[in-house]
Write a protein of this length. Structure first.
Ligand SMILES: C[S@@+](CC[C@H](N)C(=O)[O-])C[C@H]1O[C@@H](n2cnc3c(N)ncnc32)[C@H](O)[C@@H]1O
Length: 263
């Protein structure tokens, strides 16, 4: 008896919440008969990624299972869950079944899919993996407020706000636009800093971009003292950033004096 060829692991980016932002390639993958997996934070918990697929009108296939990835910073615990998820996935792949992992936003941006795919590669290096790119939360958020994230030679940084307010403030020297993800725990402190630097009016808050519960806030200081969802971000445009002179199409290297000028 011959064993069937292994299935493929496909990370299907579904965009941040609006089914209209699912790419045709992700759509075709959803509609092909495959085994669906999707992330949940705890057993029996809801999956935002699955919700996007279902709201798009694709019926849940018979073969599907949630994979638990808890919200913790404990790397050892996370590793255990990534490897347990990989083992579940590999079991199906070895039966010759393609496994689709549903991804909220884009699979290459702070996504669990990266961890899952790495764990699969470690346990079964022969497995073929495909990543389907998608619309990220911050691309959808910028479009929602008709904001250009970067023009001409503007600099743009995307980072988790967990680096802390001081680091975010420092980065305002170097970047025309900052996209701050995972802002929930630090929102009040970030807002105070933005107000102090005269940047609150150049900031945008977007929660659950594209989902029915989407919230766009332009008066960001009004959020002080309120609770926001984990799926929320800030886009900060810094029109006050001191730009260096252009020399033959390149900006001169930054000097300490220029940094101090911007303070
Ligand atoms: C683990 S990262 C996932 C990023 C996602 N892969 C993407 O492409 O946008 C989670 C963070 O992304 C941001 N995020 C993800 N989805 C969002 C949405 N629909 N609306 C607003 N922010 C979102 C939030 O800052 C959240 O804390």
């Amino acid at each position: 008896m011959t064993t069937p060829p292994c299935g493929r692991l496909i990370g299907a980016s579904l965009g941040p919440g609006d089914p209209g932002l699912i790419t045709r390639r992700a759509w075709d993958t959803l509609c092909a008969s495959a085994f669906w997996t999707y992330p949940v934070r705890k057993h029996g918990g809801e999956s935002y990624a699955l919700d996007i697929a279902l709201r798009a009108g694709v019926p849940l296939p018979v073969q599907h299972t949630p994979l638990v990835f808890p919200m913790t910073h404990d790397r050892a615990v996370l590793q255990r869950y990534w490897h347990a998820g990989a083992a579940t996935v590999i079991e199906q792949l070895q039966c010759g079944i393609d496994v689709v992992f549903l991804v909220e936003g884009d699979a290459s941006t702070y996504s669990t899919f990266g961890h899952l795919a790495r764990a699969v590669m470690q346990q079964a290096p022969h497995i073929e993996i495909e990543t389907i790119p998608g619309v990220s939360s911050y691309h959808a958020a910028a479009a929602r407020v008709n904001l250009s994230l970067a023009d001409t030679d503007d600099t743009l940084a995307i980072l988790p706000a967990g680096y802390g307010v001081a680091e975010v403030e420092r980065m305002l020297h170097d970047f025309d636009t900052l996209v701050l993800l995972k802002v929930k725990p630090l929102l009040d402190d970030l807002l105070l800093m933005l107000e102090r630097k005269g940047l609150a009016e150049h900031s945008y808050f977007v929660e659950k971009a594209g989902a029915p519960q989407e919230r766009v806030v332009r008066e960001v200081t009004s959020l002080r003292g309120t609770k926001v969802n984990y799926l929320s971000l800030l886009i900060v445009h810094n029109p006050h950033r001191v730009k260096l002179d252009m020399v033959r199409g390149c900006r001169k290297p930054a000097t300490k004096e220029r940094h101090e000028l911007a303070d």
